[in-house]
Ligand binder design. Structure first.
Ligand code: TSJ
Length: 641
């Protein structure tokens, strides 16, 4: 059992025993999947962000090295290296003792901090090696650990100096341990998007990102002096904005509150919450506090300026947020989280603070900006009108016999009824759908062919979404309804399939269809993704048939390149699959249907968030960003067990 002891005036609780971390890594970093892997970087970077918040660091650099390791460098004060108790440098304690935070202790104040807030010692325990260079007082000090154990010899109990410097700061280089992680390749797209987010939330910080793993090194710099206003502009860059972004800022009960919002000409809301720089996927009290007050104040205005008459009912909260993009960022000294993924802020004082700041500041703004007020209220009017027709559409959908899920004759259902054993494949195109129907094991595999491009739910009103034949068929087939804002009719316990597999061609159109589907699930059935029911099939691009030896499927161009290096030209024939439709039933069974041999990838909520944000990119005609996105995601393919 780890021993709990106090030191440092009782402000931090120390748990010894990194072995506990290696035994149950999931407890400390959530999972050992790619998500957990990327999390290691954030745990380290958060320390530099803390140094920034303390006022001593304005540059952070994150490098994905060619050898698969990651380097994080900051220009802060440097982790203290002087002697701490029992002749150990203070820095050693940072990396070898489990810090308070997360489940163990919530009293230590930390302004930044990861999902579980356990920090650098956990990263150290889960790394093959972790190398440290600290620049302080004119010297660069060196330390090194292997699987959490110090291997650098000390001189008189102190770290050796490896060179002199005029700078100060900390540099960490670590390699995630393949014994711990299922996947050891960091996702550049995800890390990049998270670093960009951090830059938006910390306007005076500059974050440099380098990915040296590919053939051409990639560098980008994130510096966002406009803060969350810049974030709002970014989120809305492909939408028609109806006014300039609005910033509401203030402090209450020791909680700093910043809210930025902007309405666009679209039928959707996108309200993101952050506490201490951490995204709250499940929302929480800060969002409810803001939303409640925003609704109340806007209804009052609506009556004042006559948009609502005495006899009219109030607008609903989602009427009023129709078209809204908002970021709510608070700094809280003692955040507490709850929910399925511990990402829902739970502090009641955060609701009060956001309500108070929003209420006071929005009145100051709208009293002086009547044009924006009218614009926002006209979005609410449109939404209310649609809500009424939508209520009709909903009743229509619900009055249909609930269990006739084959509403338009295309679903080829499976014979088993036990959801835990059933799978449904959503297949692009009728011809591929036909082959899949022949190839499947009809005992437990259902096939739902969908035709061409499905509706982009980000661009359509709810009644259009529900009127869409493919979407209706999917909702009916899954059996659990859909959720939309607060009108939550979604019931995951009714789900008829354990796995929902998106099966699209390995090309740009296929990727587009996958993102549209992910966006649909993300917006209307997010629990499907939260609970891990959604998968993406990874059909191969090539089949190689050597004159001697076994045939092989190759899943990307890199694999083909590798194969070509190992096999002489002329020693094999190459078949290229332009689409799923080109595979015969047996090939389709082997590559995408048979659980023993297929390759598919479970979708995580982060993928869906990204998908939702790249839908626009994929819609456009510019090929390069699409290629990166697809490639990035293809690289994580694995055989599903
Ligand atoms: F996670 C980590 F420990 F590995 C790590 C820490 C990684 C990186 C990239 C940076 C850091 C880090 C820590 N940067 N800056 C600091 N600052 C301190 O640890 C520090 C320095 C001075 C004082 C002080 O009170 O004088 C206090 C602290 C916490």
């Amino acid at each position: 059992m780890p021993r709990k002891q106090s030191y440092d005036a009782g402000s931090i609780t120390v748990l010894e025993g990194l072995e506990a971390v290696r035994k149950r890594p999931g407890m400390y970093i959530g999972s050992t999947s790619r998500k957990g892997l990327n999390h290691l970087i954030y745990e380290i970077v958060d320390n530099s962000v803390d140094e920034h918040l303390a006022g001593y660091c304005d540059q952070i650099k994150v490098i994905l090295e060619k050898d698969g390791s990651c380097t994080v460098i900051d220009n802060g004060r440097g982790i203290p290296v002087d002697m701490h108790e029992k002749g150990v440098p203070a820095e050693r304690l940072v990396f070898t003792t489990l810090h308070a935070g997360g489940k163990f202790d919530n009293t230590a104040y930390k302004t930044s901090g990861g999902l579980h807030g356990v920090g650098s010692s956990v990263v150290n325990a889960l790394s093959t090696y972790l190398d440290v260079e600290i620049s302080i007082k004119g010297c660069v000090y060196h330390d090194r650990f292997e699987r959490g154990v110090p291997v650098q010899e000390l001189t008189d109990g102190l770290l050796p100096v490896i060179r002199r410097t005029r700078e100060t700061g900390t540099r960490i280089n670590f390699l995630p341990d393949p014994e711990i992680f299922e996947k050891t390749r960091f996702s550049a797209a995800e890390v990049e998007s998270r670093l960009h987010e951090t830059a938006y939330l910390n306007p005076s910080l500059t974050i440099q990102f380098e990915d040296l793993r590919g053939d051409e090194p990639k560098t980008c710099v994130f510096h966002e002096p406009e803060g969350i206003v810049g974030y709002i502009k970014d989120l809305n860059q492909n939408s028609e904005a109806l006014h300039e972004p609005v910033l509401l800022k203030g402090e209450s009960e020791g909680i700093q509150v910043e809210i930025a919002f902007q309405f666009v000409n679209e039928f959707r809301e996108n309200v993101l919450g952050f506490c201490n720089n951490i995204y709250n996927a499940e929302g929480g009290t800060h969002l409810t506090g803001f939303k409640t007050t925003f609704t109340a104040v806007m209804n009052t205005y609506a009556r004042q300026i006559g948009v609502l008459k005495d006899k009219d009912q109030n607008f609903t909260g989602s009427d009023i947020r129709n078209g809204m993009t908002a970021v709510i960022s608070i700094k809280h000294p003692e955040p507490r989280f709850e929910g399925q993924t511990k990402t829902k802020l739970d502090n009641p004082d955060a609701a009060r603070a956001c309500s108070k700041v929003a209420g006071e500041q929005m009145v100051l703004f709208f009293d002086r900006n009547l044009d924006v007020l009218k614009t926002v209220l006209s979005c609410a009017e449109k939404a209310a009108k649609i809500r009424k027709s939508e209520e009709k559409a909903k009743t229509n959908l619900l009055t249909k016999p609930k269990y006739s899920f084959d509403s338009n004759g295309k679903l080829a259902n499976c014979e088993k009824k036990d959801p835990s054993q059933c799978e449904i494949f959503i297949v692009e195109g009728d011809s591929a759908g036909g082959s899949a129907k022949t190839a499947r094991d009809r005992n437990y595999q259902a096939i739902l062919p969908i035709r061409g491009k499905i509706l982009n739910v980000e661009k359509a009103s709810i009644d259009k979404v529900l009127a869409n034949a493919e979407i209706k068929t999917m909702i009916n087939a899954f059996g659990c309804g859909f959720s939309e804002g607060y009108g939550n009719d979604f019931d995951i316990s009714k789900l008829r399939y354990d796995k929902i597999v998106i099966m699209a061609d390995a090309d740009v159109d296929g990727a587009h269809i996958s993102t549209l589907l992910l966006t649909l699930f993300y917006r209307f059935m997010p629990e499907l993704i939260y609970e891990g029911h959604v998968y993406i099939a990874m059909p191969p691009l090539y089949k190689v048939m050597p004159k001697k030896g076994a045939e092989e499927y190759l899943y990307d161009d890199k694999a083909l390149e590798k194969y070509r290096q190992k096999h002489k030209p002329g020693s094999f024939t190459l078949q290229r699959y332009k689409g799923l439709g080109e595979m015969d039933a047996e090939q389709l069974w082997e590559t995408t249907l048979n659980p023993e041999t297929r390759i598919m990838r479970r979708v995580e909520i982060e993928d869906a968030r990204l998908a939702s944000s790249v839908t626009e990119i994929l819609m456009g005609s510019d090929v390069p960003p699409r290629k990166t996105f697809i490639y990035e995601h293809a690289a994580d393919a694995q055989v599903d067990a």
